[in-house]
Design a protein around this ligand. Structure first.
Ligand code: 6GU
Length: 230
């Protein structure tokens, strides 16, 4: 998979060289290219924003640099690819969305700042590429960079061959194998710690009982914390 990030803060993407994503890059399974939007701004100040038509506070990202960036990055090809625009007014990004995007060949993240990107950019882009405006949840970040990093991590770990033991993807929160429930609590050694004992059933070696206990715990946790998932 190839990932492109367009941003006015390329430094945000340094951490992509770490950990699992860094390994995926080293192994050649993942290509990451970070682009400075100002490379496509041509006035002396390399400006990328302007005041909003209709008035109001804040600035809006100008369409021209974005148009040039997209024209440079979206080459005609039959590959499965999408333009992702992180935005608090997008559809909510979910595990299901990550599963779907993990099968793509190229994802381009358009990271906006200020009050957002001129709306004509997404409209224009949708004539040449699938466009998804995606939000992490009901709160506002200062820009799309941190959201793009979070989505990237959720997507890349689901790509085939990225996580050493694929079984660890099966029984985790929001996974289909756990019926999209929250994951049950987990324990390791020692069996007693600071007066707290590991639930006895987990020490029993009785696999069916352990599976039933975990299922009950997952359901109880989901009912208490996220009844909307049931
Ligand atoms: Cl994707 N972007 C921004 N700027 N704020 C957000 C968000 C995205 N998701 C939640 N808040």
């Amino acid at each position: 998979m190839r990932l492109d990030y367009v941003t006015i803060f390329p430094g945000y993407f340094g951490p992509l060289s770490l950990s699992l994503i860094g390994k995926a890059i080293e192994s050649g399974r993942l290509t990451v290219v970070v682009h400075d939007l100002r490379d496509w701004a041509h006035d002396v100040h390399r400006s990328v924003d302007d005041t909003p038509f209709g008035g109001g506070a804040g600035m809006v990202m100008k369409p021209e640099p974005w148009g040039e960036a997209l024209d440079a990055l979206i080459q005609p090809s039959p590959a499965r690819r999408a333009l992702i625009i992180p935005s608090p007014s997008g559809e909510v990004f979910s595990h299901r969305c990550a599963v779907e995007l993990a099968g793509y060949d190229q994802l381009i993240f358009a990271c906006g700042r200020y009050e957002g990107i001129d709306a004509r950019v997404a409209d224009y882009a949708s004539t040449i590429i699938e466009v998804r405006e995606l939000s992490l949840g009901d709160y506002v970040l200062n820009g799309g960079e941190v959201a793009a990093l979070a989505m990237t991590e959720a997507i890349v770990r689901l790509m085939p061959g990225i996580i050493g033991n694929p079984d660890s993807l099966a029984e985790e929160s929001h996974s289909a194998t756990l019926d999209n429930l929250l994951e049950y609590p987990v324990y390791t050694k020692p069996a007693a710690w600071r007066g707290r004992e590991v639930p006895e059933v987990l020490l029993s070696g009785h696999h069916a009982k352990i599976a039933a206990w975990r299922r009950d715990q997952a359901e109880a946790l989901t009912r208490a914390r996220r009844p909307d998932l049931l």
